[in-house]
Design a protein around this ligand. Sequence first.
Ligand code: NAD
Ligand code: IPM
Ligand code: MN
Length: 352
Amino acid sequence: MSTLLLLPGDGIGPEVCAEVRRVAAALTPDLEVSEAPYGGSSYDAHGAPLLDEVRDQAIASDAVLMGAVGGPQWANAPRHLRPEAGLLGLRKAMNVYANLRPAYCFEALAGASSLKTELVSGLDIMFVRELVGGVYFGEPRGIETLADGQKKGFDTAVYTTSEIERVGRVAFELARGRTNKVHSAEKSNVMESGLLWKQVITDLHAREYSDVQLEHILADNCAMQLVRAPKQFDVIVTDNLFGDILSDAAAMLTGSLGMLPSAAIGDPNKPGLYEPIHGSAPDIAGKGLANPLAAILSFEMALRWSLKQVEAADVLLTAVKKTLDQGAKTRDLGGALSTVQMGDAVIANIHN
Ligand code: NAD
Ligand code: IPM
Ligand code: MN
């Protein structure tokens, strides 16, 4: 029997994970689902956002699905104990270096985007965000006091050849199963790590993937092109920081941040980490207003990528499409359904 570890976390995390639990019970009753403390709520209860035993349980599971972490109440916690540090620590411990973030526009939601319907109708972009390197983890980093009394905050953006190659490979492989086109986004015009990124992707492409169409794009231009003509993109491979920012922007092309799932993968024989790309949404937490579809679609990705239950994943994707076609919308999509009502609607369509 496969195991799924749910890490509900903070804010709307527990609300959207409750819907994943109900969907899993309806769709894959044999899946063994367990839960563990995580994020700010774990810090409050146990003194750390990611306990060693939870990390070990995650590594021993077949897949891990998290809700969200963070919130203003932990803004002043020591950095290494902040909820976000738990998330970064988990990604690192699981070594899930490639974060697949599909920005897919469901037909029923083309009108819910902030862009004109014709710009986003049929949109299907796959971001491949490097997830365990770059400025998120680079050393040295810190805040120091200078001789003149002012402070200096600094981070290090760093990538090695192998870190770039392994994520590049994921992007090229994915492109072969899609429309065979990869954009690699960096800032090679200003950053040394960006220049190396471009060189390594260029070499890898020439050596192993010359059948795939490759275009290099500066990350700032990529942001502009995403809102000008997003359908020119298929696979976009980029570093940790640019991937974070560009994928949030792309979320609005699909109607709402509450729609975007993600799959963080590494070694195919190890568990993946599945996470909606949205955060804990403190402004709506506890009100039953959160859209659970990003979490439910993250479960769909877990079924497909880690749990090897492709048929169940197809059933779930079809159920979500049907639910949206029926006009089901939470508030972020311009509707009035609650989190639980959206979960109910998806579950009803799993069986029909
Ligand atoms: P956020 O994603 O939590 O919220 C941004 C906006 O989108 C808010 O208006 C929110 O109400 C809305 N929103 C987000 N998810 C939604 C959903 N499922 N349904 C409906 N509306 C939704 O980003 P933020 O406010 O910048 O960050 C809040 C906290 O979350 C911070 O502590 C941040 O570090 C954390 N965060 C965590 C993750 C994660 O756990 N993966 C991701 C992003 C941010
Ligand atoms: C995301 C989030 C995280 C990130 C934060 C909460 C650490 O924004 O998953 O997109 O920056 O990676
Ligand atoms: Mn983000």
